[in-house]
Design a protein around this ligand. Structure first.
Ligand code: GRG
Length: 295
């Protein structure tokens, strides 16, 4: 294995420091809102999405500041989605990342607004010249993130998720839902690194295929953790999907067939990296991390 764990830890620290600097504590009426944004965004989570942006961009020697700011923007969108997903009108969860969900720690209105503010902060960040000197590149990143997060991406996936078995309880329906809910943002995280790194068309295609397989495997492992994991490891409630009548890979395929598919997707994801040789080592090891994760 490469020094994968050290690289992931380093990415997480850089994202934490970046978000800490981007969310200074104001005095006055906004103080509580910003405290809520900080509570949700700083010191939590694996930071996998910004990790993908950083490590993909590094394969092409892209500028670290551009990559980190883009990764922080993606993490803001991811954090917003978790906050809103936990709200009483959606999954109504009490635990996230090993501690009280934002609406439990603060209140529902503050959680809703903190999510909104993180979502909009993401686009503010991308629009700033410090993210990239070329305005065309900034527009590409803004459009890419908007598409991944919105009504043809993550939000569409969430709508399907909330609909439960109304979307159908077959593999095609559950795959489509997860391509949108989880896959779209993971895809963008990899593609943003490749875009900032000015990768060639062939390189981007290979990385898009890699991200597709990794995103699906990631969600399958998440569904396995929901079915078989323990709260102590996951830091969030388990056995939720079945109890709530939701459709996921494990409810559709069963645990053993889901595990088998995770293995197939992992091998396929690694094959897409073959053309990069040693440069693809960290992304290669990220596949093993995703397959073996317990949280
Ligand atoms: C509310 C618009 C809206 C979207 C919500 C992402 C999402 C859609 C909901 C979160 C709930 C969930 C289980 C989504 C599947 C994706 C997923 C496994 C998210 C958790 O990602 P991790 O494991 O979380 O990377 P950390 O805490 O490590 O950042």
């Amino acid at each position: 294995m490469s020094n994968f764990n050290a690289r992931l830890k380093e990415a997480a620290e850089r994202v934490n420091n970046g978000l800490d600097a981007l969310l200074p504590r104001p005095q006055g009426p906004e103080a509580r809102l910003v405290e809520a944004m900080r509570y949700a965004a700083i010191d939590g989570g694996k930071r996998l999405r910004p990790f993908f942006t950083l490590e993909t961009g590094r394969m092409f020697d892209a500028d670290e500041t551009w990559l980190l700011r883009t990764g922080c923007a993606i993490e803001c969108v991811h954090t917003y989605s978790l906050i809103h997903d936990d709200l009483p009108c959606m999954d109504d969860d009490d635990l996230r990342r090993g501690r009280a969900t934002l609406h439990r720690a603060f209140d529902e209105a503050t959680a809703l607004l903190a999510g909104d503010a993180l979502l909009t902060l993401a686009f503010e960040l991308l629009a700033e010249p410090a993210t990239h000197p070329d305005p065309q590149m900034r527009c590409l990143l803004i459009a890419g993130l908007a598409k991944a997060a919105g009504a043809v991406g993550m939000v569409a996936g969430q709508v399907a998720d909330m609909a439960g078995d109304e979307i159908g309880s077959d593999l095609i329906a559950v795959t489509r839902m997860n391509r949108l809910k989880t896959g779209a943002l993971i895809n963008f995280s990899v593609d943003a690194g490749a875009t900032i790194g000015c990768a060639s068309e062939a390189e981007r295609t290979a990385l898009t295929r890699y991200a597709h397989d990794v995103g699906l495997a990631f969600q399958m492992v998440d569904d396995l953790l929901d079915a078989e994991g323990v709260v102590r490891d996951t830091g969030k409630a388990v056995r939720k999907d079945k109890d709530r009548g939701k459709v996921n890979f494990v409810t559709v395929l069963g645990a053993d067939a889901t595990r088998e598919r995770v293995g197939m997707l992992a091998s396929q994801a690694k094959r897409h990296l073959a053309q990069f040789g040693p440069r693809g080592r960290v992304l290669h090891d990220a596949v093993d991390f995703i397959v073996q994760r317990r949280h």
